[in-house]
Design a protein. Structure first.
Length: 267
């Protein structure tokens, strides 16, 4: 948990029957219900003024910070830390769901959970349906086909990529999508050889050092370049889609969410 964590991360309802008194043997559903009850109490008229004043937008920095702290706990094999940081991320989910509930936005925590369940069932017909998938490659194919059906309205390979991603993550997403339909050559520079993650990390650090020596902002510089790359990829898409239709390669709208080795990195 960060030093700047929201008050909700440690606050509890004033009621003597605190949801935090739940037994360690509590069933998962009951434990989550107790958390939802605690959040409702915090945001009630007689609860915590800070919690009542929060909005989806005001909570974004906390969600990002808690997510990064969870990633750090995972990457450092800090299992106790993972439990704490997962709790903080779950708290953010419950917080946003309760805001939606009280503001009449059309969903609550139960709807969020149902949406996640429905998505997993739809995307795993080899588990919950009649399809077969006995290898990782077959699973990715089935997963990709399910996503294609869900995202059929997308017209670009770049649709659905969050623009708010950090620039390095955004670059990875853009290049990955472009590569899947043979557009990696559209404005992307040649690769610099690296042997492993340590080499790559040092190379990236050297880029930041170079930027600092010139008074440049590396995040802004990469984001500016990515805007140009995005334009070049979008400009090249119609021609590539036409070639695909002519030669039967299958690139085009159906390839927007085609399966790839990184499929597990996002839903």
């Amino acid at each position: 948990m960060s030093e700047s964590a929201s008050p909700s991360a440690s606050a509890a309802p004033a009621s003597s029957a605190s949801p935090a008194d739940a037994s360690p043997d509590t069933a998962p559903a009951d434990a989550v219900a107790a958390l939802a009850d605690a959040m409702a109490a915090l945001r009630a008229p007689d609860g915590c003024v800070w919690n009542r004043e929060q909005t989806h937008r005001s909570l974004v920095p906390y969600l990002l910070e808690e997510s990064h702290e969870l990633a750090e706990a995972i990457e450092t094999d800090d299992v106790p830390g993972m439990r704490e940081e997962l709790a903080d991320v779950l708290l953010q989910v419950v917080f946003h769901a309760d805001i939606a509930r009280t503001e009449g936005e059309g969903f609550d925590l139960a709807d969020v959970a149902r949406t996640a369940t429905e998505k997993m069932v739809r995307r795993h017909p080899h588990v919950f349906g009649d399809e077969r998938a006995d290898t990782v490659e077959e699973v990715l194919r089935v997963w990709g086909a399910a996503k294609d059906r869900e995202k059929s309205a997308r017209t670009s390979v770049l649709d659905g990529i969050p623009r708010a991603l950090p620039s390095l993550a955004l670059a990875d997403k853009l290049l990955g999508r472009a590569e899947r339909i043979g557009l990696l050559d559209a404005g992307a520079p040649a690769a610099i050889p690296v042997d492993d993650e340590d080499d790559l990390g040092r190379l990236l650090l050297a880029v930041v050092v170079s930027a600092r020596s010139r008074g440049l902002d590396p995040e802004r510089a990469l984001r500016t370049t990515l805007r140009s790359l995005t334009d070049e990829i979008r400009a090249a898409e119609p021609e590539r889609a036409g070639d695909a239709g002519e030669h039967g390669t299958g690139a085009g709208p159906a390839a927007v969410d085609a399966p790839d080795p990184d499929a597990g990195r996002s839903a």
